[in-house]
Design a protein. Structure first.
Length: 337
């Protein structure tokens, strides 16, 4: 028998809201001020939709010399990372004491014009899915995620992140086995001395505290620099770390690309990163790339590939592409011979 209820309109799916942030532990942040995700909705299986509020002014993410100012690619990646972690806990029931270690991440920005801030904080909609990565014994060894990013009704980009997962009790054992010692922590190295720094303006920064490279060197067609972030920068190190995380390495790649010829007015429109081992805090870490116009393999002049090495072994590789920008290459000083 047909009733009036059979013709009642179905309620439209609820959209994520932006009234308050989610619990900071859900996205593995120590400071509420560093939480971007405001809402997370499970839409079945591992699928989810989320909202993230993008700040108009932020001591790190907004500190650039670009004109016009745009929301940064690392801010979007951080929003996607937080949404993926929250979805892993809520949709896949990943235990709360699990450490998430970025193995790879990538982002492609298709509509950079939409990323110009307005008069209010940006409202970013994220829709995507998380899926478990299982080892041969059936235990969870990681989580993969893919996310579509939308603002103002337009798709601005897409991101993918693959992380390894380690339960809290096993993490310390893993790090000890890898090093044959306990790793130091950033909280113990906050006042550690550093040598000469890269020039803030040359790497696209206004605040010297956001410079993560030491003094660069130019040899032939290669520019290199030690990776030496300030461990007291609470935006880069929201809590204590025993290694240099993916976001800091990605920032180092961007800053080195500016030294190699990417104009500081140009924004990153694509990032593809692979991380092969922990970047330790207590050993020299070097980033290197070819200067503009000498990238191998027919790479576009707007693209740069940065390699990271520590103790003679590769740590990771990050490729960046930049959008239109004006300016000239920044000199790093006389060539070292």
């Amino acid at each position: 028998m047909t009733t009036l209820n059979d013709f009642a309109p179905t309620a439209p799916p609820r959209l994520p809201t932006f009234t308050r942030t989610v619990e900071r532990a859900l996205v593995h942040r120590a400071s509420v001020a560093e939480v971007l995700v405001t809402d997370l909705l499970s839409t079945g299986g591992g699928s989810f939709s989320a909202g993230a509020q993008l700040p108009l002014g932020h001591g790190y993410f907004s500190d650039h010399r670009r004109t016009p100012v745009t929301y940064d690619f690392l801010l979007l990646l951080e929003a996607a990372r937080q949404a993926g972690i929250a979805a892993s806990h809520r949709c896949l029931d990943v235990p709360p004491d699990t450490a998430f270690l970025v193995n790879s991440w990538s982002i492609r920005i298709d509509d950079p014009e939409t990323l110009v801030p307005g008069g209010r904080p940006g409202e970013l909609y994220l829709s995507g899915a998380v899926h478990p990565l299982e080892g041969r014994n059936g235990r969870l060894r990681g989580v993969g995620s893919h996310v579509s990013l939308r603002m103002s009704g337009r798709t601005v980009g897409r991101a993918r992140i693959d992380v390894g997962t380690v339960r809290g009790a096993d993490y310390a054992k893993l790090r000890f086995l890898q090093r044959r010692s306990d790793p130091p922590l950033t909280e113990d190295l906050r006042m550690a001395g550093r040598g000469p720094r890269a020039d803030a303006a040359a790497v696209g920064r206004r605040n010297p505290a956001n410079v993560v490279l030491g003094a660069p060197r130019s040899t032939g067609g290669t520019v290199s620099a030690p990776v030496e972030p300030r461990f007291d920068n609470s935006s880069l190190f929201d809590h204590s770390y025993d290694h240099i995380p993916a976001n800091v390495l990605s920032e180092a790649a961007r800053q080195l690309a500016h030294l190699a010829g990417a104009p500081v007015q140009a924004a990153v429109t694509q990032c593809v990163a692979q991380f092969t081992r922990f970047a330790e805090l207590d050993a020299p870490l070097t980033a290197a790339t070819r200067v503009r116009g000498t990238q191998p393999g027919g790479t576009s002049p707007a693209g740069f590939t940065v390699d990271f090495r520590q103790d003679g072994a590769p740590v990771g590789r990050i490729s960046l592409a930049f959008g239109p920008g004006t300016g000239t290459a920044v000199r790093t000083g006389p060539e070292d011979r």
